[in-house]
Design a protein around this ligand. Structure first.
Ligand SMILES: Cc1ncc(COP(=O)(O)O)c(C=O)c1O
Length: 367
């Protein structure tokens, strides 16, 4: 890892394997029928993996047709990094001035209400050129979107405006992983709304779980995120979180470790200090709960995770020394810790575990 050390000194980094990312994209595509487009969701800095690098890897290998982001800012960052494929802004744009920025950077906004359709038309007229949009239909997610019965009204309005092209219509599934009956109801409502829109539009509804588990949700395009990052059964995790032992000490039985002295050694112990903490996005919820891999063995996190440092009980690894790699997420030898395992321990989902990893942690890309 010499190139890693040349770029930063604090030895804590997230490794993102772009060849695994491409493999996941290929695997996902193979499981979809031919002709179904793929919108790769790279919002929230690609769930913490680095949006520009992930989007460009997919673009260069021709493995995505579209990208999805949550805001104009995220879309602009991709354009500035050289992403040329269409980018759909999945969030509801407000204030409406952001429609102007979206148009200037060639981003495709979501229209989620009659009011936003009106504002987008005003922007297009001010610019004097055609702008595209996708209409979001609310079918049970309860977040943004027009109700199926109101979709026709928005479509009718847009049809009166020459400069706004309704290029797509979509919805979002809230229970694709957990509730097939609910998903079927959502898809039924979506189909009804789509009838009002006409067949020229690109129809899309499926996130990873929708596309993989409900064939009828695939329509013209699918929108996977989590499966491409590999935190979904059958796909390979793309990100590892690594650091190095920076301090090592032998302590007697009964020694207290970290804030609040929540841990006391039960025997003479060897305690390793890692330069990673909750300010890196390594949750304090892992205090006295999580694990790290050292020389291929699982070592328990002892004491409270602090802002910048975390301690491990390395007694079971007598050969451990300062400078050893420690893996918080990823593989070492035959052992492995996944973001999904950490999520379960924290009572959350792997999306949160990887997207929490803060900007303080450099991302290192493996090709
Ligand atoms: C509108 C929309 N589509 C697609 C996705 C991708 O979902 P997943 O990561 O579960 O595949 C998301 C993510 O939350 C989303 O908000």
């Amino acid at each position: 890892m010499t190139d890693v050390r040349r770029r930063f000194f604090r030895p804590t980094w997230a490794e993102v394997d772009l060849s695994l990312l491409r493999d996941n994209l290929r695997k996902f595509r193979r499981r979809m029928p031919r002709g179904v487009k793929l919108l790769f969701v790279v919002k929230a800095n690609a769930y913490g993996h680095g949006a520009s690098a992930c989007a460009k890897a997919a673009q260069d290998a021709r493995l995505a047709d579209w990208f999805g982001v949550s805001s104009v800012e995220e879309g602009v960052a991709l354009r500035e990094a050289g992403v040329r494929l269409p980018i759909l802004v999945l969030g509801s744009l407000y204030p409406f001035e952001s429609f102007l920025a979206a148009a200037e950077f060639g981003l495709t906004p979501t229209v989620a209400s009659l009011e936003s359709a009106r504002r987008l038309a005003t922007v297009a007229e001010r610019l004097g050129r055609e702008v595209d949009c996708h209409l979001k239909i609310e079918t049970g997610m309860g977040r943004i979107g027009v109700r199926p019965l109101a979709a026709a009204e928005v479509v009718k309005f847009l049809a009166t405006r020459k400069l706004v092209r309704l290029q797509g219509v979509y919805t979002h599934l809230s229970c694709a992983e957990t509730d097939p009956a609910f998903t079927r109801r959502q898809l039924g409502l979506f189909r009804e709304a789509v009838r009002a829109v006409g067949s020229a539009s690109l129809r899309h509804a499926a996130n990873s779980a929708g596309a993989l588990r409900h064939a009828q949700s695939r329509f013209d395009m699918v929108r996977p995120g989590i499966a491409i990052y590999g935190n979904y059964p059958g796909f390979e995790p793309v990100m590892s979180l690594k650091t190095k032992v920076v301090f090592l000490k032998n302590v007697p039985k009964g020694s207290s470790i970290s804030y609040g002295a929540t841990y006391r050694t039960k025997r003479p112990s060897r305690i390793a200090t890692l330069p990673i903490g909750y300010a890196d996005g390594f949750s304090r919820g892992l205090s006295n709960q999580g694990w790290a891999l050292l020389r291929g063995r699982r070592c328990p996190i002892v004491g409270t995770v602090t802002m910048d440092m975390t301690m491990l009980d390395a007694t079971a690894v007598p050969k451990a020394s300062v400078g050893d790699d420690a893996v918080l997420i990823g593989r070492q030898g035959s052992e492995r810790i996944t973001a999904s395992e950490i999520a379960e321990r924290l009572g959350t989902i792997p999306y949160e575990v990887t997207s929490m990893i803060s900007t303080r942690v450099p991302r290192v890309y493996l090709q």
